[in-house]
Design a protein. Structure first.
Length: 304
């Protein structure tokens, strides 16, 4: 095995993700994030650590140096460690809605997957159900259909999602046995086939072309595409406006804080139109401010 190691100076305040997630793929122990990633079906074990605020170290082990370098590049892109958010910070640090969060958490980028297909597959799994239930389905997919390899220490086993080709060849009935609904099982298989065939190239610079192809699949709507864009392709300008959290947030803002109020998807997009170019990132800050509860009513009123 070949080992490649890169030290990175973040372009903007950065914090290594604090947890590996609930899907059974990445894990974090002793401050080190570790996961298995496949590049063109070649397995690579990745480890990332942040020894100091201005230094991130990523290591990769694989059969070929070029594959290790590509895996590191994908993880760097997923972290957003090379991207400066200064334009966003300067524009919105005094914003009445998200300004407090922007100033308190300039490092916030939102979770992004190193492989866009992961974001697409999990978005389909997470449609209209509780996240804990969706994560249980995702773990079943990973353990029953996914790929595995020894971890960095050689004793533990790491797991990766199944490839798009594998999911595309999977029976929807099998996915249903994992508790995924019939409609979403079929949508996941069809989406996987589009990606595996290259008809929907999620790595292409022209994202919209793949989105248009995927939208033809029943069960793949605007929310799923927006989650793919934001969490799979790093599109901070795209907001998953149909998410219940945003529907609640904007509904309450328009109704003076009434807890039961709900907005439409169109109203959510109109509400966040002031953050054009950064709607996805602005939405994450807005939800963070909502969760903190500090001055929420005042910020809702100002935004409305």
């Amino acid at each position: 095995m070949i080992e490649v190691r890169r030290e990175i100076r973040p372009a903007w305040p950065f914090r290594l993700p604090g947890a590996g997630g609930m899907d059974g793929v990445a894990r974090r122990r002793g401050g080190v994030l570790e996961r298995l990633l496949h590049v063109e079906d070649e397995p690579v074990v990745l480890r990332a650590a942040q020894p100091s605020v201005d230094r991130v170290v990523i290591g990769a082990r694989g059969a070929r140096a070029d594959v290790c370098e590509e895996a590191i590049a994908r993880l760097r892109a997923a972290f957003g460690v090379d991207q400066s958010l200064a334009p966003f910070y300067e524009r919105f640090r005094d914003d009445p809605l998200i300004g407090p969060s922007v100033r308190a958490r300039p490092h916030l980028r939102g979770a992004r997957r190193p492989e866009p297909f992961e974001a697409l597959a999990w978005a389909i799994c997470e449609q209209l159900i509780e996240y804990e239930r969706a994560a249980a389905i995702e773990r079943r997919i990973v353990f029953e259909l996914g790929r595995s390899a020894p971890g960095w220490d050689g004793t533990t086993v790491l797991r990766d999602l199944p490839s798009a080709a594998t999911l595309g060849a999977t029976s929807p009935a099998l996915l249903q046995s994992f508790d995924l609904s019939a409609g979403r099982s079929l949508a996941l298989v069809r989406a996987a086939r589009e990606v595996a065939s290259g008809r929907a190239d999620l790595h292409a610079a022209d994202h919209e072309r793949a989105w248009a192809r995927l939208r033809r699949i029943p069960g793949v709507g605007s929310w799923t595409i927006a989650v793919l864009a934001l969490h799979g392709q790093g599109r901070h300008d795209v907001l998953p406006a149909g998410d219940l959290a945003y529907i609640k947030l904007v509904g309450r803002a328009a109704a003076g804080g009434r807890p039961s109020a709900r907005a439409t998807e169109e109203e959510v997009l109109e509400f966040f139109s002031a953050y054009e170019g950064w709607m996805g990132l602005a939405g994450l800050h807005a939800l963070g401010g909502m969760a903190s509860g500090a001055g929420a009513s005042l910020r809702f009123a100002a935004a409305a």
